[in-house]
Design a protein around this ligand. Structure first.
Ligand code: CP3
Length: 342
């Protein structure tokens, strides 16, 4: 059997047609996802019921034949496993109990205790490795420590990550300890996903763009570097995709600084710039604007082809610059795939 396309791209191979998957490919834009979520009752029950989580992971593979499946779970399951309360408010998003003090950081459960909560996630991975087509790569994931910390400190998503920046400024020691605790737990969480069968790991640092200067080095690069070094020492050869969203000029050199095999690009950076500045260090992933899957039309096709062409001289995995949105038209995904593969 020939090696899976995504794994070849991650080793630095340039392929005539880039392999493709989409962030949030299992989600509310698909009627079959909405049906399974209704059966589960709510989003967290869906995440923690392995048969149903595997079912929604497979839905976009069955419908579109993507080259990779991403485990269905959420980056906020880890804070829950560390002892925080987590719930989702319909139409608003996640809510968590908060950690803002040194005492709060000390009260978190140890990394060794996370598997009590997270074992259903590993079971989902085992089911998927049995059920996925032999050519489809299974991606496991976690949030990067800074992004996870922003939710743990604020108890919710925030436009500017203000509460996390405030804790970093006012209580840097407790903040750094929190980052270390998340880093340590993330290593154990991802190791368990790999042992269950995940073939690639993706780290989502969705709020990396709000870290400036030395803070970007200390809290976006350094925890990511530590996680990747630990995973590669425990599981030699495991490929890692890092997504420091909205890093802008800091995308340059990010793979070298962290040891990532691939850097995922958001759609605020130009593909031509990234082909010259980021792809010179290895594989890149991205970066179609997810709005185009709502709007469709000629622009969807010309933009898709332009991105394929811009990255055609090196290793590239086609993806969106951020997650597909609930109002996207499933037919537009088919049009995007035709433009990539046709
Ligand atoms: O298909 C996939 O991509 C795999 C599963 C996945 C989900 N969330 C499922 C989900 C992945 C990889 C994530 C990552 C995630 N979760 C991130 C990082 C990527 C990014 O989007 O920047 C973040 C920040 C979260 C936290 C989170 N989860 C938020 C802020 C929300 C609410 C916003 C929203 O889109 O509803 C969620 C909920 C969530 N996670 C949904 C899904 C499919 C929607 C839940 C539903 O069905 O109502």
């Amino acid at each position: 059997m020939s090696e899976k396309t995504i794994l070849r791209a991650l080793k630095g191979e340039r392929l005539p047609v880039p392999p493709v998957w989409m962030m949030r490919q299992a989600g509310r834009y698909l009627p079959e996802y909405r049906a399974t979520r209704a059966k589960a009752g709510d989003f967290l029950s869906l995440c923690y019921t392995p048969d149903l989580a595997a079912e929604v992971t497979l839905q976009p593979i069955n419908r579109y034949g993507f080259d990779a499946a991403i485990l269905f779970a959420d980056i906020l399951l880890l804070p829950q496993a560390l002892g925080l309360d987590l719930w989702f408010v319909t139409g608003e998003g996640p809510r968590l109990s908060t950690v803002t003090t040194a005492a709060g950081v000390r009260a978190l459960k140890p990394a060794s205790a996370i598997h009590d909560t997270l074992s259903p996630v590993y079971e989902t991975v085992r089911i998927l490795r049995r059920e996925l087509p032999s050519e489809t790569t299974l991606i496991g994931f976690a949030g990067a420590p800074w992004t996870v910390a922003t939710y743990m400190i604020a108890g919710r998503g925030t436009p500017d990550q203000g509460p996390a920046h405030a804790m970093k400024a006012e209580n840097r020691e407790a903040f750094s300890t929190l980052i270390d605790r998340i880093t340590e737990a993330t290593i154990d969480y991802l190791s368990a996903q790999i042992e269950a069968g995940a073939e690639v790991i993706k780290l989502f640092d969705s709020w990396a763009g709000s870290l400036r200067g030395q803070d970007f080095d200390d809290f976006a690069i350094e925890p990511t570097r530590q996680i990747i070094a630990a995973l590669k020492s425990r599981h030699p050869g495991i490929p890692v995709i890092a997504f420091p969203r909205e890093a802008g000029p800091r995308y340059t050199g990010f793979a070298r600084a962290t040891g990532a095999d691939c850097v995922a690009l958001d759609n605020s950076v130009s593909a031509d710039w990234a082909a010259a500045e980021v792809q010179k260090d290895g594989c890149v992933q991205g970066n179609l604007d997810p709005r185009l899957l709502v709007e469709g039309g000629e622009t969807l096709e010309t933009e898709t082809r332009r991105i394929v062409r811009a990255f055609s001289n090196g290793p590239h995995i086609f993806n969106l610059g951020h997650g597909i949105t609930p109002d996207a038209d499933p037919e537009n995904v088919q049009r995007m795939l035709a433009a990539i593969r046709g």
